[in-house]
Design a protein around this ligand. Structure first.
Ligand SMILES: Cc1cc2nc3c(=O)[nH]c(=O)nc-3n(C[C@H](O)[C@H](O)[C@H](O)COP(=O)(O)O)c2cc1C
Length: 181
């Protein structure tokens, strides 16, 4: 079984990276083969709305998204980790999400499980609402459904999540549990 892990933060080694690494460790332990994608290292242009994906099921933008499409389609499980940036995902990850419009046009059935891990600095009651909507519909465009989500509020400074070992354990366990239907 293949797990595609999408690291959505521009900050290398930050809180969402640490959470996702822990999730991935759990998944490795139960035998998943893992592909890790660090969005910050990729060249993914924003969708320009040219409409070619609706007519030809093809995206003319020649960049890293071309191989990311294949990774998404080949994965059995998808996990996205992201910080909250202005109540949504950071711009580089949003570019990846918008480019999934190609997959949306393929009309894939949302049958495979997807997981969302997110952190935000504040304690706002509606802190994760924007992220959830964006990621839920991203998953559905890509043939996945949002199976489980993990949110951690008031996590702001670099590496602060390490002071919450229960959070890291929780997502590690979620990785371990991937083998259970
Ligand atoms: C540009 C920017 C926008 C942010 N917007 C929000 C926000 O709207 N709400 C919030 O609670 N935290 C916000 N934060 C704080 C981050 O969500 C927080 O620092 C998080 O822990 C970063 O995760 P990371 O280490 O994985 O990058 C923002 C941070 C940045 C740099």
């Amino acid at each position: 079984m293949r797990l595609l892990a999408i690291y959505g933060s521009p900050r290398a080694g930050g809180n969402s990276d640490l959470l996702l690494s822990s999730f991935v460790e759990g998944a490795k332990r139960v035998g998943f083969s893992i592909k890790e994608v660090y969005v910050r290292d990729l060249k993914i242009m924003p969708c320009n709305g040219c409409g070619q994906c609706s007519q030809k099921e093809f995206c003319p933008l020649e960049d890293d998204m071309q191989w990311v499409y294949k990774e998404i389609e080949g994965a059995d499980v998808l996990v996205v980790a992201t910080p909250v940036y202005f109540y949504n995902v950071p711009a580089p990850l949003k570019a990846l999400v918008d480019r999934s419009q190609l997959l949306w046009h393929k009309g894939l059935r949302s049958e495979k499980p997807g997981y969302l891990l997110s952190v935000g600095g504040s304690k706002g009651q509606r802190l994760f609402e924007g992220v959830v909507l964006t990621v839920k519909y991203f998953f559905e465009a890509c043939g996945f459904y949002l199976k489980q989500q993990f949110f951690y509020k008031q996590i702001d400074s670099f590496g602060e999540i390490k002071r919450h070992p229960e959070a890291l354990k929780e997502v590690y366990r979620a990785g371990l549990n991937l083998c259970q239907k």
